[in-house]
Structure formats: C-alpha cells, structure tokens
Design a protein around this ligand. Structure first.
Ligand SMILES: *Cc1c(COP(=O)(O)O)cnc(C)c1O
Length: 396
C-alpha cells in the first residue's frame, strides 16, 4: 500500500482514509499496526547506539504505532509533520508554547475553546506574553490589530459553542504580511471538510477526542505543521516530553478508518434536526453554519466541504431572568440526549452554553443558547426527545 505513494495523491479522501499510514515492514504485513508499549529500544552495538543509527531509539521519539498514525494524519492534513499529544487542549497549548516567547503578542479569536482562553489569560502572561481577543467575523480588518510584536494569530472556525465562521484566507494574508504564524483549531470540520494548510494556515490542530476517536472514550490531540514551522513544533514537543499512549494512538488510527462514514451521518442528521428546529416557534435562531440564515454561511460555503454534527440554537425566552431556569427545564426533560461535555462520539448530547467569558462578541439576548451534538441515533427518536423538552419548557 505505502509503496505507491505517488498514486495515493490522486485518490479520493475516503480511499486515503482507509489506506493511509500502512507500513508493511514495521507491521509485518498485518493490516493494522502493532500496539507497541515501550520505552527502551535495544541497539545491536555501541556505535549504532552512539550515532542513533537506527529507526527507533527511545519510546518518546516514536514507535511503529505512533508512526502509523502520524503518517496517516500527515497525509490527511497535507502536513510536513504531526505531533501526538494526550488531549485536544494540549494540542492547542503546545503550539502556543512552541511559537511564542517573552515579549510577544498573540491574537486569539474571541470564540475560542473555553479552556484555551483560561490558558491564555493565566499561563501566557506569566511568560511575558500579551494576548488580545478579536471578533471572529473580523476578516481582513484584523489588519488594524497587529502590533510590531504580534507573533501568532490563533483561529478556530466555526467558533466553540456559537459556531462563528472566520474568513481564514483573509486572516492568513494579513498575518503573513506581518510575519505572524497562523494556528487553527479545526476540530469541528476535521481535515475531511476543511484542510487548514491548503488555505495557508501554518499549524492545524485537531482534538482527536471528538470525531477521529469517535466513541467518547479517548482523550487525544494532533498538531500538524507545514514545512516551515514543523522543526520548531517537533523540538518543543520533545523538550516538553509529551507523548501519546500506545493504546489511544491505535484507537485514533482505527477511528480514522470510519471517520468518513460517521461524519457523513452526523452531518445529515444534524442538518435535518437544525432545519426542523429552525421551523419552530419556540426557537429564536439556529446557529449552524450550513443554514443559509446563519451569518458567515457564505464563507462556510466558499471554503468548507461539509458540516459536522454539533451546533447550537437559541431557545426563545422573553425574560432574561428566566434564561437559565428554562434552559435547565429543557435539558432535564431530555432522555435520549445525554447531558455531558465533549462531542464527536456516537451518542447525542446537550448542554446550556455559558458565554460570560466572551470579551468582544456578546451573548444572544433573545434566549439561552443550547448546544446539541447529534449522534448516530435515528433522527425521529431525537426529534421526539426534543419535542418532549420543548413541551416541558412550555409547561414551565
Ligand atoms: C474539545 C475541544 C478541545 C479540547 O479537547 P480535549 O481532548 O477535550 O482536551 C479543543 N478544541 C476544541 C474546538 C474542542 O471542541
């Protein structure tokens, strides 16, 4: 499979998902890689040891298991190299640590994943790094926010919880003109529906915990860089001593094989439910980039190849003091949707979104925001569950 790399670049994304990362030698022809648990690797003689003259030298520096996943992700992302880290959060914080130094300034999108904001507000200032948040819809006007010391622009599109779309090409253009690196948290779309490096982004981040793992049982992250920025990322990861566990690495590669069909189903079911919600009087707005009513839809359509299965809606509630109670009445009436964090797994989930940390964008005033992850269940059952929840709010 791997010997015909040239032909592989012509193949469709589903074919490549199935075939990527296979190495017949290290896998001894088994179609799946071995799960190698190991720190020590033995050398045949002192000279080989001294010169590190063999492929594997120590567990932290890669194994046949991690190589298989890295090769597959590199192919999927079109990257020069990929590091594997133990969570999606680490997949964002490691590149921030890799590329930022004392005295630097970073621009972070205001709709950033919440735990990243906490990292930027508490850890980065300790290292003398200054952070500003920008409006996700800023586009080319980000130009006005650059300072002489702006070193990095972090993007995430669609934004966490509220799904704002960013004009990535316009941001990349401005950032590169100012000599800044662009990182992108692409967890929502996965490289199947948006390929950050093809749009000029330097570093593509994936919380593999979500769709690649796909079964709500693994915490994992990948960071993939273009040729220019790969050496520093690899170096920083090595210095920090971060490595992914062998069993989790295996499971994420296993998840990749079915990522295409799962995403396809998540996409279809989520859009069906989003449209159904949009037609209801008890819903003020549906925050789903694939709906023509959503601000930023045109950019989504221009740049993205698909939509995944997580989105939000604004429950129509008249008085702000009732937002929380009615949101909770809705959630408590659900029985198929679970109340839980994360998404990308097989089961549907719901939660009440908190937007009080936002600095630039503001929370909707027409009702509480509820986020839904649409799983692989039958949509009729999901709609019936949501119907019961809307009835509970009306009866509240
Ligand atoms: C979930 C998520 C993360 C963090 O992933 P964990 O594995 O849960 O740490 C990062 N970014 C985005 C956009 C996420 O949705």
């Amino acid at each position: 499979m791997n010997d015909k790399a040239d032909a592989a670049t012509q193949q469709g994304p589903q074919t490549r998902l199935v075939r990527s990362g296979y190495d017949s030698v290290s896998q001894r022809a088994f179609i799946n890689p071995p799960v190698v648990h190991g720190s020590t690797v033995l050398f045949p003689d002192a000279h080989t040891m001294e010169t590190h003259g063999q492929k594997y030298t120590y567990g932290t520096r890669g194994t046949p298991t991690t190589d298989a996943l890295c090769a597959a992700i590199n192919e999927l992302e079109g990257a020069a190299g990929t590091i594997l880290v133990p969570s999606g959060l680490a997949a964002v914080t490691v590149p921030l640590l890799a590329y930022l130094s004392s005295g630097d300034h970073a621009l972070i999108v205001d709709s950033v994943y919440g735990n990243v904001r906490e990292f930027c507000d508490s850890m980065l200032p300790r290292f003398g790094i200054e952070v500003d948040y920008y409006d996700p819809s800023i586009g080319a006007e980000i130009e006005g926010l650059f300072k002489p010391n702006t070193r990095l622009v972090h993007t995430e599109a669609p934004g966490s919880s509220t799904f704002e779309i960013q004009d990535i090409p316009a941001i990349v253009e401005a950032a590169h003109r100012h000599g800044a690196i662009v990182t992108m948290d692409n967890t929502w779309a996965t490289p199947l529906y948006f390929k950050p490096l093809d749009f000029g982004v330097d570093v593509s981040i994936q919380a593999s915990t979500k769709y690649p793992a796909g079964h709500a049982d693994i915490l994992f992250g990948t960071v993939s860089a273009n040729a220019r920025h790969w050496p520093l990322l690899r170096k920083a990861n090595g210095l920090l001593g971060l490595c992914a566990a062998p069993d989790d690495t295996y499971q994420v590669l296993r998840g990749l094989r079915t990522l295409g069909v799962r995403l396809d189903r998540h996409q279809t079911s989520a859009l069906d439910i989003a449209r159904w919600l949009e037609s209801r009087a008890d819903v003020a707005r549906v925050l789903h980039p694939a709906l023509p009513s959503f601000p930023g839809h045109d950019i989504w359509k221009r740049d993205f190849k698909g939509a995944s299965g997580v989105f939000s809606f604004v429950l129509r509630v008249e008085h702000e003091e009732q937002f929380k109670a009615k949101a909770q009445a809705f959630l408590d009436a659900l029985s198929i949707f679970g109340l839980g964090y994360s998404w990308g797994g097989f089961a549907s989930l719901a939660l009440h979104v908190s937007l009080k940390e936002r600095r630039v964008t503001t929370a909707p005033t027409d009702g509480p925001v509820l986020r839904l992850q649409i799983g692989l269940e039958d949509t009729d059952d999901l709609k019936a569950d949501l119907d019961r929840a809307f009835a509970a709010v009306r009866a509240f």
